[in-house]
Structures are given as C-alpha cells and as structure tokens.
Ligand binder design. Structure first.
Ligand SMILES: Nc1ncnc2c1ncn2[C@@H]1O[C@H](COP(=O)(O)OP(=O)(O)OP(=O)(O)O)[C@@H](O)[C@H]1O
Ligand SMILES: [Mg+2]
Length: 221
C-alpha cells in the first residue's frame, strides 16, 4: 500500500546541506502495524510527515495505493491525504480557534457524511475518549495529555485506511497509553494500516514490525 524508494530530504543553511533522510526504501503492506524507532533527531517525524503528505520538499518515489505521490499536484496530494490518512502529530496541532467538538468535526467534513451522522459520530467519539465535558473548550484550555487524546480522537474519527501516529502516548498516563495502543490494535485487526513513531518498547510490542532509523538511514527493516 505504501512504497518508498530512495526518499531523501535535506535542509540548506547557506551553502551547507544537511541531510535528514538518506535513500530510505521501504514497503508497508495494507493491514500492517509498523513502528518507526530510533534516537532523537534520526528523522522519524520527518519520514512520517512525508508519508502523511504534509511535507512536499523531498526527492525519491512514493507510491500510495497505486498512486505515484511524487508526481501528484499539491491539491491532489491533499485530497488523497484527507480521504485516506489520519495523523496524530507529536505536538498535537489542534486548531486553536476551534473547540474540541469543532476540531473533531474537521476530518468528517472531508467525507460525504450527512450532518446528523456527523453529529452522532462526534458524540460517540467524545464518549469513547471520555472527553464529553471538554467538547466546548479550546485547545489552550486543555492539559497536554487531554490535547493528545483529542489529537488521537481526531486521527481515528473518520475511520481512515491509514493511521500515522507520532509518539501518540508521550503525554499520557500509562493506563491511558495502553488504552490508545489497544484501540490501535483493534482498528488494525479490522484492517486499518497503522504506522507509529515511538521511543517505547512497550508500545512497539503492539506492532508487527519495527523500522529503525539512525541519522536518516534505515538501519534494518
Ligand atoms: N526546519 C529545519 N531546519 C533544519 N533542520 C531541521 C529542520 N527540521 C528538522 N530538522 C532536523 O532534522 C532532523 C530530524 O528531525 P526529526 O524531527 O525528524 O527527528 P525525530 O527522529 O522525530 O526526533 P524525536 O525523537 O526527537 O522526535 C533533526 O536533526 C532536526 O534538527
Ligand atoms: Mg519526532
């Protein structure tokens, strides 16, 4: 479902080029649950943002579900992303001017879902994540852990084919973290492809396979 070939990314400072990803080649099949691990600064978030089609400044080939992403126009990439991918950001990335309720509604707005159905899906999700009481608050009125929960809820709410999660439990209590991993495991059993970045061996144990990055290089697969 996801095929990466020689993905490279660098930043330029004056005349100096710093590579963040080097010739990354990997394949992730539909229905897999994969963890990306590696030291801080290895390029894990960078790689996840490329797969999530949030980053357009890279070279190489990226095939997603038969489509050549590297050849798509930004508008078509965004459409492909919005229809297929749920993303949990390392830094939550909730929209500050929208309430929790409104943040959760956004992914549903990309799908053809009736307004009344949208309302009930949001209500169910608020309930499932035990954040009903927070629905009218803005992100800056939530704790870090609560923002992370909303970020996970937003990523799964529209039942995407692929969930990409960057340290999805980093700010949660261990029991809440386990609940998120169990939720991912259940969604994966139902067919959702999941790629998570994690520093935690415990979280990685929920996945089928680990991809390791070091200084931008894939060290094994
Ligand atoms: N805008 C930028 N300009 C220059 N270098 C950058 C920029 N953004 C990221 N980098 C560099 O890219 C490298 C990889 O960053 P990335 O965020 O992918 O690491 P990571 O593996 O996710 O680390 P962590 O585990 O700490 O989240 C880092 O060395 C970082 O300094
Ligand atoms: Mg990171």
């Amino acid at each position: 479902m996801i095929r990466l070939e020689n993905i490279e990314k660098f930043f330029e400072h004056g005349t100096q080029k710093t590579y963040v990803l080097r010739r990354v080649t990997a394949e992730i099949k539909e229905g897999e649950f994969v963890s990306i691990m590696g030291p801080s600064g290895a390029g894990k978030s960078t790689l996840l943002h490329i797969i999530g089609m949030h980053d357009n400044a890279w070279s190489g080939e990226f095939h997603f579900s038969g489509q050549a992403v590297h050849r798509l126009k930004p508008k078509d990439r965004a459409e492909l992303r919005n229809r297929n991918i749920g993303f949990v950001f390392q830094s939550y990335h909730l929209l500050d001017h929208l309430t929790v309720y409104e943040n959760l509604e956004i992914p549903l707005s990309y799908r053809d879902i009736k307004r009344s159905d949208r309302e009930s899906i949001v209500a169910d999700t608020l309930d499932r994540f035990q954040i009903v009481g927070k629905k009218d608050l803005y992100p800056n009125q939530l704790s870090g852990g609560q923002q992370q929960l909303v970020g996970v809820a937003r990523a799964v709410i529209a039942s995407p084919r692929v969930i990409l999660a960057d340290e999805p439990t980093g700010n949660l209590h261990s029991s809440q973290g386990r609940e998120i991993m169990q939720l991912f495991k259940r969604l994966n059993a139902e067919g959702t492809t999941i790629i998570q970045v994690t520093h935690s061996e415990e979280n990685a144990a929920y996945s089928d396979r680990v991809i390791r990055l070091r200084d931008g290089w894939l060290v094994n697969d």
